[in-house]
Design a protein around this ligand. Structure first.
Ligand code: HEC
Length: 153
């Protein structure tokens, strides 16, 4: 009987932990600031990591446009691939749990689109199609920047 109670306690504890983790995974570590974009509160190093990823996205965007301009599809593919899903794969769970769900969705959508642009360039799709995909992808950059800012703890 005693072990039974202990087992139930362990299960309850597990469920509570999972719910708490789930809550943070959806909501993230955020703070509403009157009249401004909501802030995501991160450790200084975590904030730097996200900003580094952002600068990578800008470098990729520039590389894709320069490649399209020169009709250098290898450059387009290489630039896009640098910001693909693989570039986001090493983000640690602690940081992921601080990012709100809508932020993660927008961010992953952009990384996924970068992989698609790389594939399209490799498949020799017309520049206009790639430009169209990049332009659509940039609306996610704009939407996310309008909604969020990053603050250090
Ligand atoms: C999921 C949300 C999100 C998406 C998508 C996103 N960004 Fe950002 N980006 C941010 C936030 C938040 C900041 C920090 C803004 C602040 O704190 O004022 C930022 C900052 C930046 C910075 C400044 C980096 C620095 O060192 O200060 C650049 C450049 C940037 N983003 C480029 C891009 C580009 C290009 C794209 C799309 C290809 C993009 N971002 C997509 C959320 C996003």
């Amino acid at each position: 009987m005693k072990t039974n109670k202990f087992a139930i306690f362990a299960v309850v504890l597990w469920v509570v932990s999972a719910l708490v983790f789930g809550w943070f995974f959806v909501k993230g570590n955020t703070a509403a600031i009157e009249g401004q974009r909501d802030a995501i509160v991160l450790q200084p190093a975590e904030r730097e990591l996200v900003l580094l990823e952002m600068r990578g996205l800008l470098i990729s965007t520039q590389g894709i446009l320069a490649g399209l301009d020169k009709k250098d599809m290898a450059q387009v593919a290489q630039s896009a691939r640098a910001s693909g899903m693989a570039s986001a794969a090493d983000v640690n769970p602690a940081l992921m749990s601080k990012l709100p769900m809508s932020f993660k969705e927008l961010g992953m959508g952009v990384h996924h689109a970068m992989d698609e642009i790389a594939q399209d360039a490799e498949a020799g799709k017309p520049s206009a199609d790639i430009l169209n995909k990049l332009s659509n992808t940039l609306t996610s950059c704009v939407a996310c920047h309008a909604a969020w800012q990053l603050k250090s703890e």
